[in-house]
Design a protein around this ligand. Structure first.
Ligand SMILES: Cc1cc2nc3c(=O)[nH]c(=O)nc-3n(C[C@H](O)[C@H](O)[C@H](O)COP(=O)(O)OP(=O)(O)OC[C@H]3O[C@@H](n4cnc5c(N)ncnc54)[C@H](O)[C@@H]3O)c2cc1C
Length: 452
């Protein structure tokens, strides 16, 4: 690759705040709201035109689809997101669990309300492109937007970009697997004959989690096998068998849906999986978006022909962007392990709990027995760079731990923990790495988080 040298220039300081949160998915929303509720000035920066991350930009609605009788929950903002969505008419009963499926479009509005009510200063359409670091302490970020290149200075920065962008810009160590989890171009259909489709699902397919052991070769731990799951694979295997669509090396068809509305919309069609995509590489992202849309059109063709009720269905919309499951993981002061999430890890520096829900890396465990694990503060603190915290799917851990903490509810736990820790360290006037964890835990409990 050729290089040129950019000439240096003065950049206006757009804002100076106590806490800057970059990225507004489940983690970033929680981080910003939690920090602001602790009384520090907080800005939430987002590259797209709405808050919500994967929920609103990809269309993932199953916020707590793991919840069954016996599931022990962590409380806090994860609970509030679901409750608030319900209150504002932005959710429906989720089909496989005791939870609400968020309405991905309406959640844009829910997020606006929650950000405003918490007193967070919102900035949309603004991309963080560089970190400002002095002597291994982060001081701010450089941003790009329609207003040009600008700096935002902050006492603490919380990287909630999903991809660990700020940590990488700052020079914090991270890992990235060569073959990350497959990406999904999510889509939603309209014009489905609801009754006919539901009859097909409940009377003919009768899908359960045991089915995940078939084509997907996932391992359950048995207790969830008889529970209903909206697993939708047969129309695609039929279409491939008959040559209606082709499965290629890096595109697989078949997955799940979320909601069948009375108007005949079927949402969160999570049925196209694409491999070999590095979501931190702009060319890979471009190809994945274009090939992904083609694959969605193929998937609809299969549904039209082989899924009763879908005969006249059409595309309602693609997600705004490709859905990334995995990219960078920071190297924190503690790296969570499969053993921690599968064997009820316990930590003195816990910032919250998450039920034993594993979905990925060949495993599906649904938390029906009340087991849960702690998330340690050290897993959200990147090595080498102080006053930077990271929350969401890019915290420190191995791939098995990632299959648990990447889930939205757990991203909210790490986000809320990061927001409160950032605010507490400012009030204590100590670096984020030296914050008194007991004070963080007390503040989290005041925000209704279950810490242990
Ligand atoms: C297809 C798919 C289906 C899934 N299904 C489920 C499910 O059913 N249930 C579940 O619990 N989890 C599910 N997950 C996982 C879960 O949705 C994600 O792991 C989770 O949303 C990650 O949250 P996050 O806040 O870390 O990141 P994200 O939700 O990815 O949010 C990151 C935010 O940062 C912004 N951003 C990124 N870079 C920058 C930058 N440089 N500057 C400014 N802003 C930036 C993005 O625009 C985005 O808003 C699914 C994921 C995918 C992709």
């Amino acid at each position: 690759m050729n290089y040129i040298t950019e000439s240096s220039k003065k950049v206006p300081v757009f804002a100076e705040v106590d806490v800057l949160v970059a990225g507004s998915g489940p983690a970033g929303l929680a981080a910003a709201i939690a920090a602001a509720r602790e009384g520090v000035s907080t800005m939430l920066l987002e590259r797209y035109g709405c808050f919500g991350g994967v929920i609103t930009q990809v269309g993932v609605e199953g916020f707590a689809w793991y919840r069954h009788e016996g599931t022990v929950e962590g409380g806090g903002l994860a609970f509030e997101f679901e409750e608030r969505a319900k209150e504002l008419g932005a959710s429906t009963k989720e089909c496989q669990s005791d939870s609400e499926a968020l309405d991905a479009e309406m959640f844009k509005y829910v997020a606006d309300r929650m950000v405003e009510e918490a007193g967070v200063r919102p900035i949309l359409h603004c991309y963080a492109v560089e970190a400002i670091v002095e002597n291994n302490v982060i001081k701010g970020v450089i941003t790009e937007s329609k207003s040009g290149r600008m700096a935002i200075l902050a006492k603490r920065i919380i990287d909630c970009t999903g991809d660990g962008d700020i940590a990488a810009f700052a020079g914090a160590p991270f890992t990235k697997r060569e073959q990350p989890a497959w990406v999904t171009p999510m889509f939603h259909c309209r014009g489905v004959d609801r009754e006919k489709f539901l009859k097909y699902v409940y009377e003919e397919l009768q899908p359960t989690y045991a089915d995940w052991k078939g084509e997907w070769a996932m391992q359950t731990n048995g207790k969830e096998d008889d529970l209903f799951s909206p697993y939708l694979v047969k129309p695609f295997t039929d279409a491939i068998r008959d040559g209606v669509i082709k499965e290629s090396d890096n595109v697989a068809y078949g997955g799940t849906y979320s909601t069948v509305s009375p108007e005949g919309d079927v949402t969160q069609l999570n049925v196209v999986f694409m491999g070999g995509v590095d979501c931190t590489n702009v060319e890979d992202l471009t190809q994945a978006e274009i090939k992904g849309r083609q694959a969605v059109i193929n998937a609809i063709k299969a549904l039209n022909k082989y899924a009763p009720g879908f005969e006249n269905a059409r595309l309602r919309n693609f997600g705004m962007t490709m859905g990334t499951r995995e990219s960078r993981q920071i190297e924190g002061y503690y790296s969570m392990t499969g053993d921690d999430v599968m064997n009820q890890g316990r930590f003195e520096d816990s910032i919250g709990i998450y039920p034993e829900f594993i979905d990925g890396n060949g495993y599906l465990w649904v938390p029906t027995t009340g087991r849960y694990f702690h998330i340690p503060y050290r897993a959200i603190l990147p090595q080498n760079i102080d006053n930077l915290l990271v929350a969401g799917r890019c915290i420190s851990g191995d791939i098995m731990a990632h299959s648990a903490f990447r889930n939205m509810g757990c991203c909210v736990v790490t986000g809320q923990g990061a927001g409160v820790a950032a605010a507490t360290s400012i009030k204590e006037d100590v670096p984020a790495s030296k914050v008194n964890i007991k004070k963080v835990q007390d503040a989290l409990e005041r925000q209704n988080v279950r810490v242990y």
